[in-house]
Design a protein. Sequence first.
Length: 356
Amino acid sequence: MAHLTLLLVMIFASATLSDLLIKDNAWHAWKEYYNKIYASDDEESLRYSIWINNLKMINQHNSDKSKSFTMEMNHLGDMTIKEVHLMLNGYNRMKETKSHGSDAVTFLPPSNVVLPKEVDWRTKGYVTPVKNQGQCGSCWAFSATGSLEGQHFKKTGKLVSLSEQNLVDCSLKFGNYGCDGGWMVRAFRYINANGGIDTEASYPYVGADEKCHFNKSDVGADDTGYVTVKSGDEDALKMAVGTVGPISVAIDAGHSSFAFYNGGVYVEPDCSTTFLDHGVLAVGYGTTEEGQDYWLVKNRLVISFRPSKCPVAVGEQAGEWKATSKWQETSTTCVELLPMQAILWFEGTLGDYELP
Ligand SMILES: *[C@@H]1O[C@H](CO)[C@@H](O)[C@H](O)[C@H]1NC(C)=O
């Protein structure tokens, strides 16, 4: 009798899930909006159960007013955090600090410097718009170009967007793995040995591994080397960001809170200070009105699909777009429906980085 009851419950439970799936208009709207097509009903059931769990988690988070940031459903909604992680985060963490190489010099904070309370290099012209990484584990390349773009601007007064694809295709000999991941310092070493990096315009991003076609006559910037900031030393990082410019950093992005981040000061209690999987760019720091210290971090967009009805513009306005995608509702404005990972500029926690 006990067995029968259990069996009935199980049948009822699974019927409820597919009933829910069929009736759930939000699910169908989300699926349609993001062009999700599943191979079978079983696959759809599985994806639906993941999606509904993510949605519950997001709603629960957002209803907690003590949180300093909000989350939002996006195109990653039908994936587990493990799957998201495998798809997007390409910063390969090496054991200890071997990845820095023997040529690495440690940053010595200048003495007698009074740091500003707030720094935002975007407002000083050091930072290019947020770029689209697509489905390629090339975050390390975006982080590297970001810091060199800043230093190039500092030196020449010209903001030149530099080619991530050049790094993806051509720095394999320096130990990077293209779309399968890499390290910012290895990108800097490649650029130095190569005699420069091409401009974004001459060597555009395709988001897949290609044959290297670097062309010396299209070089947009060069580096003479790099300096590392002591891992875990936030005062040194603050000094570096405050006096040098945007700095390449690595963070632990392997959490649902990151995948569905929407806005505010990102705080993840489970963030690791040693297991770092994502390269980004620290472009400033400050303190909120509530007294919370933050790092201002440039991340990348992840647009890997295009809704059929709306042209997707990537680039100029990217940094302006607030994550207001209202996929539950029908809307005709493309900007509101812009599909993207909700992270544009975000303010990170203190303490989760390694340099460069
Ligand atoms: C390199 O770029 C220059 C200028 O854009 C062009 O004239 C030349 O043909 C290019 N070389 C190759 C090998 O593509």
